[in-house]
Design a protein around this ligand. Structure first.
Ligand SMILES: *Cc1c(COP(=O)(O)O)cnc(C)c1O
Length: 230
């Protein structure tokens, strides 16, 4: 059995043990991984692929993978055209400006795109995204009316890494995840026609079990599947 195969089987066991009420899907984050590694993970049944950089992804996926390809890193305005052509979903909508740019381009080509709102779950200066605040996210969603070519399928949330293994740190991160889980449920209930918000993408290699407890429906794993990044 390859390392990737063993890792995926461990992850699936962990997911089963969390007693999640929701179905949890698995994204393999393949930044800095070869196409071969990524194809192996796909063959072993991951649900979708996440890439951080538009250019790296275009170089790697000259032929599209057999599962949906998501952009999970910051999108620069000069890459909007490429991103629309290349990705099945853009999960990293972190400003109104980028949504405006995507809408402008999509309206010219009459295309539609799936998108997610990026939430900065710990309000860290080092990360982009909207604050985990109901009024802030509502205001953004209201503006969704003016982006008829963008469908908001979910929320992608980022969280601080725990600085140590202490119970306090664990509690702090779990609390942030619970808050974002609540925020997602509220926004989904409000029922914006252009924002079904069926997906809550949260949880990475170090914290995915807490994320599932807090309601995550899509976990994004790199290291845990492929080993440490070079
Ligand atoms: C790199 C990355 C991940 C995966 O991180 P790991 O700790 O390797 O699992 C998930 N989400 C985003 C947005 C990332 O940039």
């Amino acid at each position: 059995m390859s390392d990737i195969e063993r890792n995926l089987s461990d992850i699936r066991e962990h997911i089963a043990r969390t007693n999640a009420e929701q179905t949890v899907r698995l994204m393999a984050v393949t930044k800095n991984r070869t196409r071969e590694e990524a194809l192996l993970a796909i063959a072993l049944g991951v649900d979708c692929i996440g890439e951080n950089r538009v250019q790296e992804s275009r170089d790697k996926w000259t032929e599209k993978p057999s599962v949906p390809l998501h952009l999970i890193g910051h999108l620069q305005t000069n890459k909007v055209k490429y991103a629309i052509d290349h990705f099945d979903a853009i999960d990293s909508i972190d400003s109104e400006k980028i949504a405006d740019q995507l809408e402008m381009r999509l309206s010219q080509t009459q295309g539609l795109a799936s998108a997610m709102i990026q939430i900065n779950g710990g309000r860290e200066d080092s990360k982009s995204g909207f604050a985990p605040d109901l009024d802030v996210v509502r205001r953004f969603l209201e503006r969704g009316k003016s982006w008829p070519h963008l469908e908001f399928i979910g929320i992608m949330a980022l969280f601080p890494r725990a600085i140590d293994n202490s119970a306090t740190e664990k509690q702090r991160i779990r609390k942030l995840m619970k808050e974002t889980g609540e925020l997602w449920r509220m926004c989904k209930l409000e029922g914006y026609p252009w924002a079904p918000l069926t997906v809550l993408s949260m949880g990475m290699s170090e914290d995915y079990e807490w994320a599932i407890e807090a309601g995550s429906t899509l976990i994004r794993l790199g290291t845990r599947i492929f080993g440490p990044r070079a």
